[in-house]
Design a protein around this ligand. Structure first.
Ligand code: AGP
Length: 600
């Protein structure tokens, strides 16, 4: 949801900014831009489209200078266009600003400034920031920025350069991520660590309500009242995620990495239950997240329910949970699931829960992220960097970690004996090899996709845990192939949606739960007799009834019932990938989306 990068040092800044923007492109890719101080003035080049369009534009309009800011945009206010692209340059060309977030009171500020003859050239909320800073400037850039941000409502990470104080980047954070990278006689700002890893392994993570004054050799921090704050440096790994290696896309690479990622997720699990008493009193757990992370939370809830039915358990969309009237007290635990650790809806739930006295544990893939910083406890998925907008390996690892947590909690609560617990753990230890085995279905799924990519509609059906995997499979297909798809709890279909089943509809059935086998079979007969083609993902391929009702079987390996989601989702991930490839879609950067959704 918009990416910010900045550089100040001795090198030509443009090349560095472009490199950084390419790593940040997953955050938004409808337009991009760069502003450079060329020694005399601020010059900006902005272009609708991917970063390559900006690069092309820079060939005809090159920019030169050692201090610059850049931005890649996911449109909120104003359609993707050159003029709505960032950076925004103020009327007298004294300031250039890049922004990630939403300025809620921008209309008010815009009207105020327009009444003072300040001309606006975009439909964005962000443009007001550049003009407001210039309007408030009376000789000190930091003071002008501080007075401006004190007047802004909403969420914002800002990068600002000024011709009045060359060589300096001002960085401001409120509710959106911003990180400073420390180099040798050069420094950077960025929305994430990944884009900085190619430049440095030493970072300063800005906290909420902080402003940083960044020069090539120094970093100063203060709060919004201008009071100085200490600078804490963190060393980060420099593992790069910028290359697809031998794969055609990041998504394909990331699916292939599932076994290795699962190994890391399992090995990396550290029980949070140090102080048993702290956890014993918990009687209500909310699993919250968005999209894929929410689907993982739903599976986590269902597994915990099987183990501890007496608990009050809920899985809720973060965007709804935030504004609903759920009961929260000191006996409530909220488990926030997030790959990026920056999803705004999830983050605002965490803040709300903490304000109301609840405990928060997050399951996150990015250790240096806002969600990790703001939670009381963190469990890391250790899936490794995930670049494709469509989440795959992170989901498998979220499931693995949530299952470990559920088993661990059940043991703490006395619902599992040590022996039972160890039995489950041993089964979990086989998940990486089972995932590897499942990936061998690749060829069949690729062929099957090449015969089916022209389908207009695909239904995913399941019951119990399979229903949640159906939801994830369906989301993945919609997201990257743009095929209309719905997931249904198989038993619910006959209450209305069955009317949509006709000749030519493809149904992907998930049948992994032994106790629901007969019920699933009945539901499949209902769709089969209305003309659907059924492809069944199941370990029960030899079951005569399932074989009979299915047109095709995707045979997955046997695992313990509660572990099936980790494995059964893999064929759905491969299916979405191959369908999107057959359709010629942009697999890693689907239309209208961004990897990290940092606006509510
Ligand atoms: C997954 O394929 C999606 N791109 C999306 O649903 C994603 O899972 C969601 O936006 C949540 O992101 P997070 O895990 O980074 O919080």
């Amino acid at each position: 949801m918009c990416g910010i990068i900045g550089y100040t040092g001795k090198k030509q800044a443009t090349e560095i900014i472009i490199k950084g923007l390419k790593s940040l492109e997953y955050r938004g890719y409808d337009s991009s831009g760069i502003a450079v101080f060329d020694g005399e003035n601020i010059q900006a080049v902005k272009k609708e489209g991917r970063i390559v369009c900006l690069e092309k534009e820079l060939e005809t309009n090159p920019l030169s200078g050692n201090t610059a800011i850049g931005h890649t945009r996911w449109a909120t206010h104003g359609k993707p266009s050159d003029s709505n692209a960032h950076p925004f340059v103020s009327t007298a060309h004294k300031f250039a600003v890049v922004h990630n977030g939403i300025i809620e009171n921008y209309l008010e500020i815009k009207e105020y400034l327009q009444a003072r003859n300040i001309h606006f050239y975009s439909q964005t909320d962000s443009e007001v920031v550049a003009h407001l800073i210039e309007y408030l400037y009376i000789g000190d850039v930091k003071d002008a920025i501080l007075s401006a941000v004190r007047r802004l409502r909403g969420s914002f990470a800002l990068g600002v350069i000024s011709s009045a104080e060359p060589g300096i980047i001002f960085a401001v954070k409120k509710d959106n991520p911003l990180i400073i990278g420390k180099g040798e006689n050069e420094n950077y700002i960025s929305s994430d660590i990944t884009s900085l890893q190619k430049f440095t392994g030493s970072v300063v993570v800005l906290k909420n309500y902080q402003l940083a004054k960044v020069t090539a050799s120094d970093i100063e921090l203060c709060d919004f009242d201008g009071c100085e704050q200490s600078v804490e440096t963190v060393d980060v790994s420099r593992e790069l995620a910028d290359d697809t290696h031998d794969f055609e896309s990041f998504m394909e690479k990331e699916i292939r990495e599932i076994p290795a990622a699962l190994t890391r997720a399992l090995k990396g699990y550290v029980s949070p239950f140090g102080e048993a008493e702290y956890w014993q009193g918990i009687n209500r757990i909310y699993f919250i997240g968005c999209g894929t992370a929410l689907h993982a939370g739903m599976v986590g809830k269902r597994i915990l329910k099987k183990l501890l039915p007496e608990l009050n358990l809920f899985a809720e969309m973060a965007s709804e949970f935030r504004y609903d009237d759920f009961h929260i007290d000191e006996h409530t635990l909220t488990i926030a699931v997030s790959q990026s650790g920056e999803t705004a809806d999830t983050l605002s739930c965490i803040r709300m829960v903490k304000e109301r006295g609840g405990k928060v544990l997050c399951v996150c893939n990015v250790p240096i992220s806002s969600i990790v910083f703001e939670s009381d406890f963190a469990l890391f998925t250790n899936a490794g960097p995930e670049v494709a907008v469509a989440s795959t390996k992170a989901y498998n690892c979220q499931l693995a970690v949530l299952t470990m947590f559920a088993l661990d909690f059940a043991r703490l609560k006395g619902a599992l004996t040590k022996q039972q617990f160890e039995g489950f753990m041993a089964d979990m230890g086989h998940l990486p090899e089972k995932a590897e085995e499942t990936l061998k279905l690749n060829e069949f799924i690729s062929d099957f996709s090449s015969w089916n990519y022209t389908r207009k509609s695909v239904f995913y059906l399941g019951r119990g845990l399979d229903y949640y995997v159906a939801m994830e499979g369906s989301l993945k297909l919609k997201e990257i192939s743009y095929i209309q798809s719905e997931a249904y709890a198989a038993g619910e279909l006959k209450h209305g949606t069955l009317a949509l089943i006709e000749d030519g509809v493809l149904v992907m059935a998930l049948v992994t739960q032994r106790d629901l086998l007969d019920k699933m079979h009945s539901s499949l007969i209902e769709v089969k007799s209305r003309g659907a083609t059924i492809i069944t993902i199941t370990p029960f391929g030899d079951n005569a009834a399932i074989k009979d009702v299915s047109d095709y079987i995707i045979p997955i390996p046997n695992v313990t019932d509660i572990l099936y989601p980790v494995i059964s989702v893999i064929p759905t991930q491969l299916f979405s990938y191959y369908i999107a490839r057959a359709k010629g879609c942009d697999i890693d950067k689907p239309r209208n989306l961004a990897k990290s959704v940092t606006v509510e």
